[in-house]
Design a protein around this ligand. Structure first.
Ligand code: ADP
Length: 176
């Protein structure tokens, strides 16, 4: 599914983000940039040890922000490590932190002059963020960013499972 936002494209696909041939893929990282399970583990496995070496040099990245490394053996040129919040019930600033993780990733890509990037669904796996609420924040933050002037021509959400894809699709249909 694709929608046009002021001549730019917001796309949703089901799939594995490590296989995407885009300028940057976004990782659902932790604040220590230490690697982990889920999409983080998949990116480090597929990209090779260079990415972790760079993460160690950076040392960490605060929740609600994003840090950039190379992409090792991946087809993408950069990995943007976005640190979404762990869900703690909703009154610990989670919504602002999740929007911040998306926005910081978009800003990092624009700063590098990139044309295409792909996001997973941040925080909705091990970090337990309720899927409907997270999808609304993800779609709203990317849509708002694409409405402004930016080098980005295409942003794709690469969603791993059918449920996540369906919830993002419903959210995008409601906003379109
Ligand atoms: P978090 O810790 O931020 O919740 P997870 O990696 O546990 O991150 O989950 C975030 C989302 O990424 C989940 O929807 C999960 O199904 C999905 N995911 C896992 N592996 C991949 C992959 N290879 N490509 C895209 N999405 C993935």
């Amino acid at each position: 599914m694709k929608v046009d936002i002021k001549g730019r494209t917001l796309a949703l696909v089901r799939g594995d983000i490590t296989l995407q041939a885009v300028d940057a893929i976004v990782n659902a990282a932790n604040a220590g940039l230490r690697g982990g399970g889920g999409v983080d583990g998949a990116i480090h496995r597929a990209g090779g040890p260079e990415i972790m070496e760079e993460c160690r040099r950076i040392g960490g990245c605060p929740t609600g922000t994003a840090c950039v490394t190379g992409a090792g053996k991946l087809r993408a040129r950069h990995v943007i490590h976005a640190v979404g919040p762990r869900w703690k019930g909703g009154d610990r600033g989670e919504a602002g932190l999740l929007a911040g993780a998306y926005r910081s990733s978009l800003e990092a890509a624009a700063k590098l002059g990139l044309a295409s990037m792909a996001f997973p669904s941040l925080s909705t796996g091990a970090y337990g963020y309720p899927l409907e609420q997270a999808a609304a924040i993800a779609i709203a933050t990317v849509t708002d960013f694409l409405k402004g002037g930016t080098s980005l021509q295409q942003v794709t959400f690469v969603l791993f499972d059918q449920e996540t894809f369906a919830v993002f699709e419903q959210e995008l249909n409601e906003r379109a």
